[in-house]
Ligand binder design. Structure first.
Ligand SMILES: *Cc1c(COP(=O)(O)O)cnc(C)c1O
Length: 365
């Protein structure tokens, strides 16, 4: 084993970094038979039109990409009827979130979010030198917006709302978001992380964009990694008022979104109809799976994302993960909270169901 600590007198890590947990990625497929349901990736292969532009662009990778990602930002702006100056892009929405935090947070400022939520939040906040503030979810898995509003201090600079929330799948409704926005001081940037918004039953676009237009302290964060199926290319974006968006562009790594990512994302937006058809298949499977799991006796949230959530005791979490592993299925467990399982094609989902429908094999949830 190699030691990870520095020799005495050698270079040392910043205190904030030395104490960090590593980001735990969902395990990826080990064999062709393994169902990789731990990372909420799209199970569809790349769209032909997208694969084509990637091939063309591959012949140009000796050249830097467009530094400002102009074409991509224009395509996103057009898609949402905002101006190009209100769009900032980055290497995945995790990359964009890092840009947000380094643009906005001074050391020891506070970054608030619900918990349990996306695992990258506390890590990115700490790396930015900020203090992560976790506000526990309510017992119905909703964000506790009253507690979050009450937890705002002079040091709060960013609040992240994750809707639909990872890993619980639950969405915030626009009316409670609006009520929250009206209570949070306008100096606090409220980031609405919509990594899974495309999967939501009620078309979410209109509502949060409308909130964005009316509340200048809102920043919408989205990704091409999930519904658009470009997780391996790393492209995410934010929509924010011009001064904030400009800050995100300034804190970006130069050329952070590469050539393949820029052109694949533009082609994906152009293929919106095909993406919608895929998303609609996922929704149909989600309805079917949640109904079947409930019929088998599980308590499952009304997930609005491309995964479902079993909140359970640690003992049950271990039983579920090991029964799935025996069936060559990888899912994601969260200590103290439960198990998250990504949705996939009908046959793969059936394999999951075959394991979980034997409810009596597992202890009380
Ligand atoms: C997957 C995910 C992201 C995005 O990841 P990137 O691949 O970095 O775009 C962001 N937020 C949440 C809540 C996610 O689950």
């Amino acid at each position: 084993m190699t030691s990870t600590s520095s020799p005495p007198g050698g270079p040392r890590l910043r205190t904030a970094v030395a104490g960090l947990p590593s980001y735990v990625p969902g395990r990826s497929a080990e064999t062709a038979l393994t169902a990789a349901l731990a990372s909420n990736e799209s199970h569809f292969p790349p769209l032909p039109s997208v694969a084509d532009v990637i091939t063309t662009e591959a012949g140009r990778i000796h050249r830097y990409p467009n530094m400002a990602s102009e074409e991509l930002r224009e395509a996103i702006a057009l898609h949402f009827a905002v101006s190009t100056d209100e769009v900032a892009v980055g290497p995945g929405s995790s990359g964009v979130l890092q840009q947000i935090l380094s643009a906005v947070c001074d050391p020891e400022d506070e970054v608030m979010f619900a918990w349990r939520s996306f695992e990258a939040y506390p890590i990115l906040a700490a790396v930015a030198g900020a203090t992560p503030v976790r506000v526990p979810l309510l017992s119905d898995e909703q964000h506790d917006l009253d507690a979050m509003a009450a937890a705002v201090t002079d040091r709060t600079r960013v609040i992240i709302l994750c809707s639909p929330n990872n890993p619980t799948g639950v969405s915030l409704d626009p009316a409670s978001m609006e009520d929250f926005l009206s209570r949070v001081p306008s100096r606090v940037l409220v980031v609405i992380d919509e990594a899974y918004i495309e999967f939501q039953d009620e078309p979410g676009d209109v509502d949060t964009l409308d909130l964005y237009r009316r509340y200048p302290h809102v920043c919408i964060l989205r990704t091409f990694s999930k519904a658009y199926g470009l997780a391996g290319l790393r492209v995410g974006y934010a929509i924010a008022r011009v001064p904030v968006a400009e800050g995100l562009r300034r804190t970006a790594i130069p050329f952070g979104v590469n050539r393949l990512g820029q052109s694949a994302a533009v082609a994906s937006l152009a293929a919106d109809d095909e993406i919608r058809a895929r998303v609609s298949e996922v929704r149909t499977e989600r309805r079917r799976m949640i109904a079947a799991l409930r019929a088998a006796g599980w308590t499952v949230t009304d997930s609005q994302a491309n995964f479902f959530w079993l909140r359970c005791r640690d003992e049950v979490r271990e039983q579920v993960l090991s029964a799935l592993a025996d069936a060559n299925i990888l899912a994601r467990g969260y200590q103290g909270d439960g198990v998250r399982i990504s949705l996939a094609d009908h046959d793969t989902n059936e394999r999951v169901l075959a394991v979980l429908s034997k409810r009596e094999r597992f202890g009380d949830q």
